[in-house]
Design a protein around this ligand. Structure first.
Ligand SMILES: [Zn+2]
Length: 136
């Protein structure tokens, strides 16, 4: 099982690890603005594989059919549903898994790159610092 939740802990969820599939990094303008981030990781699972174990997320209607579930206390974005485009499927913001590196399958694609911020190109070659620069 993969466990995850929001920053404050009011919302907790659990996903059947075997259902974890189709992990992608989305660059669309809706995701960027809703998350306040240049890119958002999403993992698709069948609705039946997702179990809410604590709390009830608030839901924001972000487009005609898009519904974004988030924690009303801390604001963390958690789930995306679109009953018209993807019936029976829920997208989980993959950075909200507790153990984001060891057990979550790595993303397989960048999607919606037509909306990608221009300055995202080449970010893989930026200098890197283990912590904030000058604060080792
Ligand atoms: Zn929260």
């Amino acid at each position: 099982m993969l466990d995850g939740g929001c920053h404050c802990g009011a919302i907790r969820y659990r996903v059947d690890e075997g259902a974890a599939d189709n992990h992608a990094l989305c660059h669309c303008a809706d995701c960027r603005h809703c998350a306040g981030a240049p890119v958002v990781g999403w993992m698709q699972v069948p609705e039946s594989a997702l179990e809410l174990t604590k709390g009830e997320p608030a839901v924001y209607t972000s487009s005609e059919n898009g519904r974004r579930a988030f924690c009303a206390v801390c604001g963390t974005g958690l789930f995306y549903r679109n009953a018209v485009m993807l019936p029976g499927i829920v997208d989980i913001q993959s950075a909200t898994f507790d153990d984001g590196q060891a057990t979550v399958p790595a993303p397989g694609a960048h999607i919606q790159v037509a909306d990608r911020l221009g300055w995202m190109a080449g970010t893989e070659s930026l200098p890197e610092f283990a912590r904030y620069p000058g604060m080792d």
